[in-house]
Write a protein of this length. Sequence first.
Length: 317
Amino acid sequence: MTSPPAQKPRGTAKAVAGKKAENAKRKPTLAHRAEYYTMRATIGALRGLSWDAACRVGEKLGALGYRPLGIRKRVVERQIAAAFPDLGHEAVVGLARESYEHLGRTFIETALLDTLGKDGVQKLVETVEGWEVIDDVMSKGKGAVMVTGHIGNWELAGAYVAARGIPLDAIVRGMANPLFDAYINHTREEIGMTVVHDSEAVKRTPRSLRGGRAVAFVADQGVMGLASTFVPFFGRPAKTPRGAAVFALRFEVPVIFVVALRKPNGRYRIVVERIEARRTGVYVLSDDERAAIQKSRSGPLASDEEVEAFWKRHDIA
């Protein structure tokens, strides 16, 4: 089966206008401009290198964020240690450093996607598992909710779907630096995605789904105007957005998970899976549970005792 041709949803002009208005409200500061032009100069230099060489530079730049700059270094190490309690300190440090390298490479890959074009994006992918799920769902014309997370290269996952001709709206959150924000959104649009700011998601998503489009959410990041809930994640209560599930249930459309996982050779493996969305009712937190959550929010990480108490009240721990 073939994927339907990409179609621009009605109201795209309004969405673009809304995005421009949003950016206009956040005027760049001198610091924003310095960061942006430094980044553009770096990317400009990397465009003269091969893809693999540029990505290796990205890894080295990412490693600088870990050491010597130490950007959120302690938070990252603490979170890794909490998620993998059996790891020794050296293993935690090693995994943290690799995470920074991965993030640096991912950023450079994303910034350079527009140099590849749709064909080049598809050539970055060596294997695809489950694409027939997308073809089957989209052929029915009802649209779909797609979800991914900050794992692998989430930007490449969206770019690949759009490059294959799937009409795709990407729900995005504005960055602190409006110049960065405009640059990355332009890159997304060059590949074929329609960018929808999360402040517009509640209004735009129903229209897009009715129009038979796919709407993509990074499901570990909230959407403005939609509530979140707490679910267990590595043994701890994690605030989790409901947006994707709410829209899927409300409009009775399938949920499709898509992830782009980097292989050792630098190429990618795309995995597609259909997720069952079902109504499970609404759980009402007690006052004690609300207090425990609020206390965990006030610190960098809830204590083991607080987490254990939280989950015991859910009859899980």
